[in-house]
Design a protein around this ligand. Sequence first.
Ligand code: PHE
Ligand code: FE
Length: 294
Amino acid sequence: DFATRVTDSGKTDTALRGDYRHVQPDFTIDQGWDAYSSADHALWRTLYDRQSALLPRYAAREFLEGLTRLDVRDGIPDFRRASDVLDRATGWILVAVPGLIPEREFFEHLAARRFPVTNWIRKPEEMDYLVEPDVFHDFFGHVPLLTHPVFADYLQAYGIGGAKAIALNGQEHLARLYWYMVEFGLINTKDGLRAYGAGMLSSRGETQFCIESPSPHRIGFDLERVMRTQYRIDDYQQTYFVLDSYEQLMNATAVDFTPLYARLRSLPAIGPTEVLASDRVFTLGTQGESHKAA
Ligand code: PHE
Ligand code: FE
């Protein structure tokens, strides 16, 4: 049941906001670019300007370079035009969807280097927080890094791994890897920690929080550690995991997960604020700040 897909918004009821009446069997739709109002485009520009002003201080260089290359500051992007840019960069294209889609179809799109992007935009009163991903989260958050060759290859490998996880009943563990490393990943650079995850980079509050706040833990990436760690979906993260490079993520996940899923089943989950003796701690959080996102 796709409403229980937890890799993105964690929404668990079936009352999804998009219009699913005209979906193809693979859950894609026409973007309907001509139907956006001038208010929709203006809202995109406001979100874009606000967020891009923060990025030089907080975002990974590769994300910024991808965003610049996409050239989408003027309004909600036409996915066909953006797909041309992306295809030239890494061979990925974008497909429009009405919102969250079933896990199996989501994985199939990624495995074929198609990134599903929600076509609708949030309401003005939802500038700072919304429950389901919209076009701003999906596009602004996820697409820039898809211009990066290693990250682009990683996300395809993740999609291929998804079908296998379903067969091995490893979806919950695999979903944590998506959550922590695709939605909320940090990377260690010579200028300090930087954000590259879509979840924080599409949120004004969390973009600053994930780098500046003394509250969350920031812990070096370890595959099994990440896959054991529970997360919260209704607030800023209490723990972020830090990559040394995108290659590190690619290499660590290149192994066969079959024995890993078996082992993970016998290991207890780790709470979102726990720190282990084996952790490589970048910053030990106070867990003191009110994280509330909205
Ligand atoms: N290597 C994983 C497997 O064998 C697949 C995978 C790749 C999962 C990349 C996540 C990320 O199942
Ligand atoms: Fe997302």
